[in-house]
Design a protein around this ligand. Structure first.
Ligand SMILES: *Cc1c(COP(=O)(O)O)cnc(C)c1O
Length: 418
C-alpha cells in the first residue's frame, strides 16, 4: 500500500529513517515516498491498460514540482484548475497535449494562456464560460477543443464538501442544457465539441456512484448520437477513495473491472483524473511534540505543526492515523493532538488513544500526501514547511521552509507610516 513502515522500532520512509530527515530539515515537514507515488500511478495504468486511457493526475491534490515531474516521467498527463497550475505544469516540461483544464471560474487571462500553450482540452462548466472561451479563441484565430463537464446529478456518498455531481453543487452543466449547447454547435465556429467530462466527488470508496454516473453519461452519449453528435473523448474525472482509517475502498483493479465494459462500449478515448488515489498515501506530515498539557479535564498533546500546515481534520473532520516516529511502550491515554494556532479548530485528532510522548518526540500524521501542503497557509505568520522526497535510501528537500523574508515579501509600509 505504501512505503512507510517501522524497522527495529523506527519509522522509515523507504530506506530512510524519518527521524534522520527531521534532524536535517527540522520540523514540521511533509515527506513523500517516490516509490509509493509511482506504484499508485502504475496500479491505475495497469488496471486500465486494455483501453490505454490518458491518466491526468489532478494537480490540485499535490502540485509539488517533484511530485508532478515524477508522475509525468511515468507517462501521466495533468488535470489543472488554474493558470498557476498551468504554469507549473509547463515549467516541468509537460506535453500541453496531455493537459486538461477544469474549473468553474476560469478568467479571460487564464483562458488565453491555456489556448496559447496548446492544451488538449478545456472542461467547460457553464454556458457563459463557453462563450468566453469562444470569444478568446476567435480573437486568437484558433479552433479549440472542449469537453462539456456534465452534472449527472448523482450522489457520491462522501463528505458534503467534496460532493460535486449533484445539482446542489456549482459544478458542471445539467444534461438538458448540455444537449442544447451541443446541438447549437454552429454558433461556435471556434470551438470543437470533443467530449464529455464528469467528476462527481472525492474520496468515493464504493462502485455504485461511479457506475451510476458513467451509465448516465453513456445514456446521454446515445441521445447525442441520435442528434448526430459524435464525440472523441470521455473524461471520467477522479474521486477514487483511499484508506485513512478503516475504509475498504475498491482497488484500481476492482474499479477497472466494474467500469471497463461500459467504457469500452463507448468507443471513445478515455481520460481519467485521479488525485488522492495516487498521492494521498504517498505522503506524511511529520511534527514534533512540544508539550503534554493536562487541564484536569482533558489531556492535550501540543505539537509544532498546525491547521495552517494540514487543514483536513479542521475542514472536513477528516481522520488521519497518527504514529510516533519511534515505537514506544509509553501508556496510551485519551487525548487531543493539537497545534499551536490560536483556534479551537486547530487539531489533528480528538479523543485519540495515544502514547504520552515527551517533548521533542516526533509524530507522523499519515495519509497526508493529498490536499495537505497545497492547502497550507501562513496563518499566524508561520512559514510554510519544507517538502521532502525520498527515493530508496536518499532524500532531498524539494521545497525549502519559508523564512521571514518570504513571509513579508511584497509587503511595505505606506509612506505616511514610515
Ligand atoms: C479534485 C478533482 C479531481 C481529483 O479528485 P480526487 O478525489 O483527488 O481524485 C479530478 N478532477 C477534477 C475536475 C477535480 O476537481
Amino acid at each position: 500500500m505504501h512505503d512507510f513502515h517501522y524497522k527495529k522500532g523506527d519509522l522509515y520512509c523507504e530506506s530512510v529513517k524519518v527521524s534522520a530527515i527531521a534532524q536535517k530539515v527540522g520540523t514540521p515537514f511533509y515527506l513523500y515516498s517516490y516509490k509509493t507515488l509511482v506504484d499508485h500511478f502504475t496500479k491505475i495504468k495497469t488496471a486500465f491498460q486494455k483501453i490505454n486511457p490518458l491518466i491526468c493526475f489532478a494537480m490540485k491534490a499535490n502540485d509539488n514540482l517533484a511530485v508532478i515531474k515524477a508522475l509525468v516521467n511515468q507517462g501521466a498527463g495533468l488535470d489543472i484548475v488554474s493558470g498557476g497550475e498551468l504554469k507549473k505544469a509547463l515549467y516541468i516540461g509537460t506535453d500541453p497535449q496531455m493537459i486538461v483544464y477544469a474549473s468553474v471560474g476560469k478568467s479571460d487571462e487564464e483562458i488565453k494562456e491555456a489556448i496559447l500553450s496548446g492544451i488538449l482540452l478545456f472542461n467547460v462548466e457553464s454556458l457563459p464560460e463557453l462563450d468566453a472561451i469562444h470569444q478568446m479563441a476567435k480573437k486568437l484565430r484558433k479552433k479549440i477543443k472542449v469537453a462539456l463537464r456534465i452534472n449527472p446529478d448523482v450522489e457520491a456518498a462522501t463528505h458534503q464538501f467534496i460532493t460535486t455531481g449533484t445539482l446542489k453543487n456549482k459544478f458542471g452543466i445539467d444534461l438538458q442544457t448540455s444537449r442544447k449547447i451541443l446541438k447549437s454547435f454552429q454558433k461556435y465556429p471556434h470551438i470543437k465539441f470533443s467530449g464529455l467530462h464528469i467528476h462527481i466527488g472525492s474520496q468515493i470508496t464504493s462502485k455504485a456512484p461511479f457506475l451510476n454516473a458513467i451509465k448516465k453519461v453513456i445514456e446521454f452519449i446515445h441521445t447525442l448520437r441520435q442528434d448526430n453528435i459524435e464525440l472523441e473523448y470521455l473524461d471520467i474525472g477522479g474521486g477514487l477513495g483511499i484508506i485513512y482509517k478503516d475504509e475498504t475502498p475498491q482497488t484500481a483493479q476492482d474499479f477497472a473491472n466494474s467500469v471497463l465494459p461500459y467504457l469500452k462500449k463507448t468507443g471513445l478515448k478515455i481520460i481519467m483524473e485521479p488525485g488522492r488515489f495516487i498521492v494521498g498515501n504517498a505522503g506524511i506530515f511529520v511534527t514534533k511534540t512540544l508539550y503534554l498539557k493536562d487541564n484536569g479535564f482533558k489531556k492535550f498533546l501540543i505539537v509544532d505543526g498546525g491547521m495552517n500546515d494540514l487543514i483536513r481534520p479542521t475542514l472536513y473532520g477528516a481522520w488521519h492515523d497518527i504514529l510516533p516516529a519511534k515505537e514506544t511502550k509509553a501508556k496510551k491515554v485519551k487525548m487531543d493532538i493539537v497545534g499551536p494556532i490560536c483556534e479551537s479548530g486547530d487539531f489533528f485528532a480528538k479523543d485519540r488513544m495515544f502514547p504520552q510522548l515527551n517533548k521533542g518526540d516526533l509524530l507522523a500524521v499519515m495519509s497526508a500526501g493529498a490536499y495537505g501542503y497545497v492547502m497550507s497557509s501562513n496563518y499566524n505568520v508561520r512559514g510554510r514547511v519544507p517538502e521532502v522526497m525520498v527515493k530508496d535510501n536518499k532524500f532531498e528537500v524539494t521545497k525549502k521552509r519559508e523564512v521571514f523574508e518570504d513571509l513579508i515579501r511584497g509587503e511595505s509600509l505606506p509612506t505616511f507610516l514610515k
